[in-house]
Design a protein around this ligand. Structure first.
Ligand SMILES: *Cc1c(COP(=O)(O)O)cnc(C)c1O
Length: 399
């Protein structure tokens, strides 16, 4: 294995560490209890099935659902594909129009684009400069042939929290299915598929201290939501997702979600404390801008742009000390600013100079202090040699 000096981990929005309690819960199901949960002729299968069903009830409890409405998948990417493509194909006789936001995760956007190739019409809605959906624009985009609206609960790049309950109410009034990608929301905001009138909700384990490669889709039964399966095989998971269930992964996600419910208040209080520390530590940096609404956000994710500098140069300077994400993604030929920051209307240079700092359960004040010192000195050094003027006192305008 290659060895790297490992920087302070402040990239929780990309994936969280697996909670040691989760690891401990998983190991027996990987080691001695290896039975196939679909084996119904012997105790090896029965005990695995029981563990799977207990985990299903933990996942359901976190979102106010019934256990039988939860379908295991390989993660939120697969859940988004199953929810959107599955509903589009099942309801295409009713209509062939879908609505989403320009700031959704690629797993939603690319699924929508694939449907366009199959003759569906998709509206990709702009967001407001604070990153939040405009409900009147959403309502105006609805057509008689609209079958599904997909709006995430919490944005992965900038941490803003959409008003899922208001969107759900609007969709229910119009008779349109409402899908929520909640990968970044579990354990951070209270979720209730009944109160929010959500029909389909995508969940991921590894953004909430569980293992990678396991997720779930909530599929409403009353009123019943029909889906066309995307994976064909043994008819597992009510025929919606065939494939042998990975008991150890499922047990891990179940334990992670059980802990998330127990510890949400504590985790959020801790994140709010770190958020204050980050905001205080960067507030006087010239030309700093907070991306996304200043208050309607989770406290775990702060995305800043720094006027006058290049994000890539900044990343080069800090990456030995602190693990962060930038708001740019290298495509084959060029570095493109993130589609989310562009949708906020950030100028190209500001969209190019962004950093996402995300933290959580295992982050400490000492981690943040060390990271802040490094980021501050890197930004100031780059601004000092920058040919671009740095506007003084741009300050923290979260819009
Ligand atoms: C991480 C993430 C996904 C993808 O989830 P996987 O489980 O990694 O497939 C989808 N949507 C959002 C908002 C995410 O943050």
């Amino acid at each position: 294995m290659p060895s790297f000096n490992r920087p302070i981990y402040l990239d929780y929005a990309a994936t969280t560490p697996v909670d040691p309690r989760v690891v401990q819960a998983m190991v027996p199901w990987l080691a001695e209890h290896f039975g196939n949960p679909a084996s119904n002729t012997h105790a090896w299968g029965w005990e695995a099935e029981e563990a799977v069903e207990q985990a299903r009830s933990h996942v359901a409890a976190l979102i106010g659902a019934q256990a039988r409405d939860v379908v295991w998948t390989s993660g939120a990417t697969e859940s988004n594909n199953l929810a959107i493509t599955g509903a589009a194909l099942a309801y295409q006789d009713k209509g062939r129009h879908l609505i989403t936001l320009k700031t959704e995760h690629k797993a939603v956007l690319d699924t929508m684009r694939a449907l366009e190739q199959q003759g569906f019409a998709v509206t990709f809605l702009d967001v407001q400069p604070n990153g939040l959906v405009d409900l009147s624009a959403l309502q105006a985009a609805m057509r008689p042939d609209t079958i599904l609206v997909s709006v995430m609960a919490v944005n992965n790049e900038i941490g803003v929290v959409h008003d899922s309950a208001a969107i759900g109410q609007l969709c229910r009034q119009q008779g349109v299915l409402f899908h929520v990608d909640a990968a970044q929301a579990t354990g951070k905001v209270a979720l209730d598929v009944q109160a929010m009138q959500v029909d389909l909700m995508s969940l991921a384990s590894h953004k909430t201290y569980g293992p990678k490669g396991i997720g779930a889709l909530y599929v409403r039964r009353q009123p019943r939501v029909r889906l066309q399966a995307q994976m064909h095989g043994g008819g597992h998971e009510r025929g919606l997702r065939s494939g042998t269930l990975p008991t150890h992964q499922i047990v891990g996600m179940g334990e992670a979600f059980r802990l998330a419910q127990l510890e949400m208040a504590h985790d959020n209080a801790h994140a709010r404390q770190l958020q204050q520390q980050v905001l205080a530590g960067l507030a006087d940096v010239p030309g700093v801008v907070l991306n996304g609404d200043a208050t309607q956000r989770v406290p775990h994710n702060l995305n800043f742009s720094f006027a006058g500098i290049e994000g890539e140069a900044l990343m080069t300077r800090v990456s030995d000390t602190v693990a962060l994400s930038s708001g740019s993604a290298c495509t084959s030929a060029s570095i493109e600013p993130s589609h989310v920051l562009q949708a906020l209307g950030r100028s190209h240079p500001l969209a190019h100079s962004s950093l996402r700092i995300s933290y959580g359960r295992f982050s400490t004040e000492a981690d943040i202090a060390q990271a802040l010192a490094c980021i501050r000195s890197a930004v100031l050094a780059l601004q000092a040699i920058s040919p671009l003027a740095v506007p003084a006192g741009l300050g923290f305008v979260g819009r």
